[in-house]
Design a protein around this ligand. Structure first.
Ligand SMILES: Nc1nc2c(ncn2[C@@H]2O[C@H](COP(=O)(O)OP(=O)(O)OP(=O)(O)O)[C@@H](O)[C@H]2O)c(=O)[nH]1
Ligand SMILES: [Mg+2]
Length: 354
């Protein structure tokens, strides 16, 4: 049955299935085999083009099976992807450890991905994430995976969104994506999840923290973490400040008003309530159809970004452009020609060879 279905996908792609690798990984994913899931994620992260083709075949099969599943069970069977962002040390991982455990107790399987698109350093983060999620990393119903290295085709954005699809194929119906707030990472993550959650610590003063307005407008839920011990009063104040600030902002969604809640991840307080809020958001956006519309938009956006990225790098790597660029740049800098004339002359040289 699997082979027959998969055969169709291979036929659709017009290529022969790679020596059993794709079929083996697909079968492994469908029986929720963790080693196969890890291997499949490594496969999508490869920069080897032959393996990359196999990875895309695997993903095509995963997508087609997912479509069948949703056609059969309806939209309520869609997974739920939640982005968790916030300043360094806000307690994102501690929160994930806590909510992840709670969610698995409610019968779900939880995937946790960490993304750091601006960083070229990885390896160390695996240990970091696992030690910061001591409960979840031992939980058989959870799967934690750190950010891959950048510098691969389509970058971390592609591999993370593809890793989400693989996790879902292996039955992880709730996927959290953690990223450190940097002003850029948040947008990258917001474009690959259904819900965006901001985790912040209580602020000392009475002014709003340096969270950018744009990031707050993206946030469907703001969690003021560390609302325990000496920080309880500060957490209350911070919550009030964010509630009033949000009143003056444009909500991201027309079916949802952003919420601000206090939690203590170490004590596990407010964690259950934050999960209930997430479920309410999911219900609201599923019934208004925003949920599926957002995913559709994210997919086309991602495709065009990859096209843009490819075209830009092909242009800059072109030998004719490499030969001409300094000369034309100098002409533009010294005001001999306008920037538009310079751009057109480079584009013409590039197009002439096509
Ligand atoms: N008091 C208190 N401390 C907390 C709470 N949550 C996290 N912490 C502490 O805050 C520190 C940072 O926690 P992490 O969970 O690693 O924070 P993070 O946001 O994931 O950090 P990065 O991934 O490095 O940005 C740790 O020392 C935690 O023990 C909380 O609810 N209350
Ligand atoms: Mg963390």
């Amino acid at each position: 049955m699997l082979a027959r279905r998969f055969g169709n996908v291979a036929a659709h792609l017009g290529t022969k299935v790679d020596d059993g690798l794709v079929e083996r990984l697909l079968a492994g994913l469908l029986r929720a085999d963790r080693a196969c899931l890890a291997e499949a994620i490594t496969l999508i992260e490869t920069s080897n083009l032959t393996k990359q083709r196999a990875a895309q075949q695997l993903l095509a099969a995963v997508l087609s099976l997912e479509k069948e599943r949703i056609a059969q069970h309806g939209k309520a069977a869609l997974s739920f992807r939640i982005g968790i962002s916030g300043p360094p040390g806000a307690g994102k991982s501690t929160f994930l450890d806590s909510i992840g455990s709670h969610v698995t107790e409610n019968g779900h399987k939880v995937g946790c991905l960490t993304v750091d698109p601006s960083s070229r350093i990885t390896g160390g983060s695996l240990l970091g994430d696992k030690t910061r999620m001591p409960n979840l990393s031992k939980n058989p119903r959870a799967f934690i995976r750190p950010s891959p290295t950048s510098g691969i085709l389509g970058g971390v954005t592609r591999t993370t969104s593809e890793a989400i699809l693989l996790l879902e194929a292996a039955g992880f119906d709730i996927v959290f994506v953690e990223t450190v707030g940097s002003g850029q990472n948040e947008y990258v993550v917001a474009d690959m999840v259904d819900m965006f959650v901001l985790v912040i610590p209580p602020s000392g003063g009475d002014e709003l923290q340096a969270v950018k307005r744009g990031i707050m407008e993206l946030s469907h839920l703001v969690l003021v973490n560390k609302a325990d011990g000496d920080l309880i009063a500060a957490a209350r104040r911070t919550q009030a400040e964010y509630i009033s600030a949000l009143k003056f902002m444009t909500p991201e969604s027309s079916s949802w008003t952003s919420k601000v809640q206090r939690i203590s991840s170490v004590k596990g307080e407010g964690v259950r309530e934050s999960w209930l809020t997430m479920l309410k958001f999911r219900d609201a956006s599923l019934s208004s159809d925003e949920f599926t519309k957002r995913r559709a938009q994210q997919n086309s956006l991602r495709m065009w970004r990859m096209v843009d990225e490819h075209l830009r790098s092909a242009f800059h790597a072109d030998p004719e452009i490499v030969r001409l660029r300094h000369e034309v740049e100098k002409d533009v800098q010294q005001g001999r020609i306008t920037p538009l004339a310079g751009a057109l002359s480079l584009i013409d040289s590039y197009n002439r060879k096509r």
